[in-house]
Design a binder for this molecule. Sequence first.
Ligand code: HEC
Ligand code: HEC
Ligand code: HEC
Ligand code: HEC
Ligand code: HEC
Ligand code: HEC
Ligand code: HEC
Ligand code: HEC
Ligand code: HEC
Ligand code: HEC
Length: 256
Amino acid sequence: MKFHLPIAVRKKYLPISIIVILLMIVALSGYLSSAGDRETSVRILIDDCGGKVVFSHLAHQNDYKISCVKCHHEKGGDQADYIACGLCHPVAFDKNYIEKHKNYFPDKKTCVRCHHLEFFKAGFEHSEHESYASDCTDCHHGSDIEPEPQACKSCHLKTEGENIPNLQDATHDCCMRCHEDIFEKGFKGCSDCHAEKDMNKFKGLYSSCLRCHQVKKIKKLMPTRTDAFHKQCLSCHKELKKGPFGENSCNKCHFK
Ligand code: HEC
Ligand code: HEC
Ligand code: HEC
Ligand code: HEC
Ligand code: HEC
Ligand code: HEC
Ligand code: HEC
Ligand code: HEC
Ligand code: HEC
Ligand code: HEC
């Protein structure tokens, strides 16, 4: 059986349909034009730390036929709104950067590029573990510290105290007594206990990188400004044997 809408109702839908179609055309043309027609700077003066460098942006795209994503690795797809490298590769990840960087980025998708992972609470079957251990004190303290066995987090907080390790180190230390093999796998072993959060939907505060990466300097993880430029510019020139690279090349890019 067919279902007929009354005339009056169908008329009411007509203007809505037109608006929807118009919006779709606007959206589609925006989508198509943002890639190819987009005007990019002819030259860019890169001048934040030390020597000035003039970079022939347009020549690299058009004359040397290098696609955007070869250099702008932060987003897939040519229609992306690229942002300056220096926003993610600053001179240093110092206090100033950490305080201000939240204002530099257009949306949460960009944050997740660096704040890429958080964990759910680790899975742990307590009752089964009671039978694996010879005594409660295999994991809990004696009555001098813990009068009654209780949750570790009632004393071990997220951040370490004066004489007391943080929750992460305290529990890891306990688990490691029997699960050394998992920890030996390094980062590949994390997921044996922790499930990963979907960062695109994550609503909490981001953890410090140092929480998971036991390196004192973020520089080891994230190339800072000079490294990012030198690595990208020079390695391509070297690979193609075109453009300046090598020991005597400095003043082909740098000038006072
Ligand atoms: C050979 C590497 C390279 C290629 C190819 C390239 N870019 Fe860039 N782009 C850069 C560098 C380097 C900067 C300067 C970043 C900075 O100052 O931190 C930049 C900056 C930008 C900026 C922001 C600053 C500005 O003044 O324009 C946009 C937008 C941009 N590029 C878009 C594009 C698009 C679109 C394409 C492809 C059609 C493209 N780029 C291809 C390396 C490249
Ligand atoms: C939105 C943030 C973001 C922007 C913008 C960005 N990067 Fe990166 N870049 C990263 C992150 C995060 C890494 C760490 C490694 C990874 O996850 O790929 C990285 C790694 C690198 C590396 C080391 C990767 C390797 O292959 O060894 C180089 C070189 C680099 N970036 C150069 C650049 C240049 C040049 C630009 C601009 C054309 C740029 N980046 C723009 C976030 C960014
Ligand atoms: C280029 C990488 C990068 C991007 C992109 C990035 N951050 Fe960060 N963020 C960092 C680093 C590095 C730290 C310092 C972490 C540490 O101390 O271990 C940090 C720290 C933070 C902190 C903690 C600050 C504090 O006081 O300890 C917050 C909150 C934060 N970022 C929010 C954001 C938000 C929101 C965005 C997106 C709008 C964003 N970040 C994008 C690298 C980045
Ligand atoms: C044998 C199991 C186990 C393994 C493997 C493990 N963890 Fe944990 N982790 C725990 C437990 C238990 C806690 C404390 C309870 C909780 O908050 O989940 C914890 C806590 C943490 C916390 C603090 C969470 C918070 O909210 O305060 C971080 C960060 C963390 N682990 C990172 C890692 C990283 C990185 C790896 C891999 C190198 C790893 N863990 C491997 C069991 C494990
Ligand atoms: C393999 C290590 C391990 C052994 C053995 C162990 N526990 Fe625990 N226990 C833990 C951990 C880790 C927690 C914290 C779990 C959490 O917060 O999810 C905990 C939490 C507890 C809590 C608090 C539960 C809550 O939800 O607040 C009690 C009570 C407890 N244990 C009693 C005992 C007793 C009694 C024994 C001995 C029969 C024992 N535990 C043996 C590791 C262990
Ligand atoms: C009632 C408070 C309290 C509770 C509950 C507690 N701790 Fe502790 N823990 C402490 C204090 C205080 C210290 C530091 C004193 C010391 O080093 O003897 C400490 C130190 C530690 C240390 C480092 C020194 C050592 O003994 O190896 C580890 C590891 C540790 N706790 C693991 C745990 C685990 C795992 C749990 C839960 C099963 C837990 N703690 C529950 C108070 C507590
Ligand atoms: C006294 C030794 C002991 C300690 C301490 C211990 N475990 Fe275990 N755990 C075992 C044994 C034995 C098994 C079962 C055999 C196996 O799967 O390795 C097990 C199994 C597990 C499993 C399931 C493993 C799997 O392969 O699916 C998880 C998850 C786990 N433990 C987490 C933890 C966490 C988190 C801690 C620290 C809070 C911890 N364990 C501390 C002995 C221990
Ligand atoms: C909750 C734990 C956690 C936090 C917080 C975290 N990471 Fe990671 N990170 C990991 C794990 C786990 C891997 C390994 C992923 C894999 O191998 O699949 C990793 C890999 C990386 C890599 C690839 C490098 C390599 O050695 O392979 C970079 C770069 C990185 N993280 C940067 C950061 C930065 C920058 C921050 C802070 C803004 C951060 N991470 C915060 C857990 C974390
Ligand atoms: C993916 C490859 C690639 C990357 C990345 C790249 N270049 Fe080039 N570059 C070339 C090629 C190809 C030429 C052309 C050389 C020729 O035709 O002799 C060139 C030429 C040059 C020249 C000499 C001619 C001119 O156009 O000025 C300079 C200077 C230069 N590049 C600077 C840079 C800088 C600065 C960066 C980093 C911000 C960079 N390039 C990144 C491929 C690359
Ligand atoms: C392909 C072009 C290119 C070549 C060749 C090149 N550089 Fe660079 N260099 C750059 C860019 C781009 C930057 C980032 C400039 C900025 O942000 O001010 C940079 C930054 C630097 C910095 C950072 C200044 C600071 O204060 O941190 C030093 C030092 C430097 N280069 C030295 C050299 C030396 C020495 C050579 C020759 C061995 C060389 N560069 C060759 C492009 C180049």
